[in-house]
Design a protein around this ligand. Structure first.
Ligand SMILES: Nc1nc2c(ncn2[C@@H]2O[C@H](COP(=O)(O)OP(=O)(O)OP(=O)(O)O)[C@@H](O)[C@H]2O)c(=O)[nH]1
Length: 305
């Protein structure tokens, strides 16, 4: 049990350009592989990616898609989702790449951050420090801090783990005092549910071409351990439009069957036991705009929070 007079909890948003290393950092902080690391850009979008416990603090990470210059309509929606996550967070961490320095993309983010009038707690994390010499790091640190008033700067290597503990400890002290946002008994289950959802989402990305994958979200609704050692996993794929549902199902449901089979096989292998996977497709027009952080993982907020 946690002593609620001492506990702290809050949302942390990781923002940064595509490929900055947000997923890698998140996996490190949470300590379980919850978000799929890929070489492709723009694979993640705003939603809860993990919950970390550090001492008496609970950190709920809101992962966001890479923030980039919106050109197409869809890109704009993704940027909105990214900023949505950042706007709601108690602490924002801007992640940049040491070897790329202050790119145009980083400048655009800084500009957007400067436009926000609320005094926010924004930290800078310079990632991939394993790729550059110390003098380059120091120069970049001062350049970035001249340009923006960061609460604190961290030099890290998400991949190798350098500096990540310091960042997590600092975040733990920065989130507001209050009861944990996520029930203790659900945390253990959470990474598995997210991994399972990510696996299906990955299959969707691979099997569906064009842009559709960015307009859908997968949630694991139910996870049931069966007596025979197998697991029944129910997932819902939310799409924005009726038309998308048709594409996803395919002729006589062939597309969704193919996706389901691929995901089930990977889950079987990952879990080392038989999995019964049930996929459902639902239309939820506004899922991108909705504040998923409350609903998606079953967060239950009392009035006033
Ligand atoms: N050398 C080095 N590479 C890193 C480090 N951290 C992450 N990477 C690599 O950078 C690439 C991008 O990392 P991701 O974690 O997928 O980046 P992301 O910001 O989540 O990317 P999006 O999902 O596109 O927004 C991967 O190939 C990582 O292995 C680091 O500290 N050092």
């Amino acid at each position: 049990m946690t002593d609620e007079t001492k506990t702290r909890a809050g949302f942390v948003a990781l923002i940064g350009e595509p490929n900055a290393g947000k997923s890698t950092l998140l996996n490190r902080m949470v300590g379980a592989k919850v978000s799929i690391v890929t070489h492709k850009v723009q694979t993640t979008r705003a939603r809860i990616r993990g919950v970390a416990i550090e001492g008496d603090s609970q950190l709920v990470f809101v992962d966001t898609p890479g923030i980039f210059k919106p050109t197409r309509r869809l890109d704009r929606a993704m940027v909105a989702a990214a900023w949505g996550g950042a706007a709601d967070a108690d602490v924002v961490v801007l992640l940049i790449e040491a070897h790329r320095g202050m790119t145009k993309g980083v400048e655009a983010i800084l500009e957007a951050l400067s436009e926000r009038t609320d005094s926010r707690n924004i930290a800078l994390a310079i990632n991939k420090i394993d790729r550059v010499p110390v003098d380059v790091l120091l120069e970049l640190t001062s350049k970035m801090n001249e340009r923006f008033n960061f609460t604190k700067t961290f030099l890290i290597s998400a991949e190798k783990g350098h500096g990540v503990d310091d960042l997590r400890k600092w975040l733990a002290a920065e989130v507001p005092a209050g009861p944990w946002l996520y029930p203790e008994d659900q945390i253990a289950d959470l990474p598995m549910r997210m991994i399972a959802a990510e696996m299906t989402r990955e299959k969707l990305t691979l099997q569906l071409h064009q842009e559709l994958p960015y307009q859908l979200t997968v949630e694991t609704e139910n996870w049931e351990e069966r007596k025979d050692g197998s697991a029944r996993i129910d997932q819902v794929i939310y799409v924005m439009r009726d038309g998308h549902k048709g594409i996803l199902l395919g002729h006589k449901g062939e597309t969704i069957k193919r996706i389901s089979r691929a995901s089930r096989e990977e889950l079987n292998e990952f879990l080392g036991r038989k999995v019964h996977l049930f996929l459902q497709v639902k239309v939820r027009p506004n899922w991108l705009e909705e504040s998923e952080r409350y609903g998606e993982m079953g967060l239950d907020f009392k009035d006033g929070n």
